[in-house]
Design a protein around this ligand. Structure first.
Ligand code: HEC
Ligand code: HEC
Length: 225
């Protein structure tokens, strides 16, 4: 449900960007350094983001939320727009009735209104630009995290999980074939991951050859177990 929400948001953001629509305040000049500090204070309590060292679990893990979209070719610019829109126009009540994300006056309270000594910002526009530039650049890149080398970790983190069911990895995606049923050979996994096919993207630019070998070894031996 969360990745569906993200895809919808991405599609909306893409449309905005492609249409050159400036009303959302498309951001390109935010400062990532300032954004990191602000993110840690304003967002990290609810969101996990490896680069910022935050581990909140009330909202979605932002590395997971963006890794899959990044793997299929979405750019940092698009994510920056998505994050910016999410800060300004959060869905405050979700379809499940669970509390969504608070409004900007709660996440980035203005100093003019805040209690003395509590976290606040002078300018919500600048603060949201900075945070969006920062999160857009780092979320889902795995830049600060160790690059996964075990086949299972690769499978679970680079996007395969969102599309494929594989019991050993604990994944339940249904966009692509159930790999426990397909029981692909190692050669077949290497071919699909390298070249993609149909709705499956190629991973040849996001995974190095050792990682492709590792994930192929893993899938061909774990599938159907
Ligand atoms: C009180 C907790 C809370 C705070 C603080 C918070 N968020 Fe969220 N955030 C959430 C929840 C809950 C959701 C999921 C809402 C939904 O499902 O629509 C969410 C969703 C998101 C999403 C969409 C992720 C996806 O998978 O679609 C982004 C991006 C995001 N938040 C960024 C931020 C940023 C940036 C900040 C800081 C300015 C922030 N959040 C502060 C709780 C929070
Ligand atoms: C965006 C969704 C998506 C992602 C991400 C994805 N796949 Fe796929 N995958 C598919 C679809 C759809 C097919 C069926 C393609 C076809 O044959 O037309 C497929 C086919 C395959 C097959 C062939 C299965 C068979 O029928 O023998 C393998 C193996 C596979 N994927 C492994 C992976 C691995 C490993 C990853 C991660 C590195 C991955 N996929 C990421 C959607 C995805």
């Amino acid at each position: 449900m969360r990745s569906a929400a993200l895809s919808a948001a991405c599609a909306a953001a893409l449309t905005l960007v492609l249409a050159g629509c400036g009303t959302g305040g498309y951001t390109s000049g935010g400062s990532q350094g300032a954004g990191k500090q602000l993110f840690t204070k304003a967002c990290g309590g609810c969101h996990t983001l490896t680069d910022a060292g935050t581990a909140g679990t009330i909202g979605p893990n932002l590395d997971d939320a963006f890794a899959q979209a990044r793997a299929v070719g979405m750019t940092s610019e698009t994510f920056t727009q998505v994050v910016h829109d999410q800060i300004w126009y959060p869905i405050t009540t979700t379809s499940t009735g669970a509390p969504g994300m608070p409004k900007i006056d709660t996440t980035l309270p203005l100093c003019a209104d805040a209690k003395p000594g509590s976290f606040c910002v002078e300018d919500q526009g600048a603060a949201s630009d900075d945070i969006a530039a920062y999160v857009g650049a780092v979320a889902g890149t795995g830049k600060s995290a160790e690059k996964p080398t075990s086949g299972k970790a690769i499978f679970q983190t680079v996007g395969c999980a969102g599309c494929h069911t594989l019991a050993d990895a604990g994944t339940t995606g249904t966009v692509g074939p159930n790999l426990d049923d397909a029981k692909p050979s190692k050669e077949r996994v290497i071919d699909r991951v390298t070249n993609g096919k149909g709705a499956m993207p190629s991973f040849s630019s996001s995974l190095d050859p050792q990682q492709i070998q590792a994930v192929a070894d893993y899938v061909s031996s774990a599938a159907g177990r």
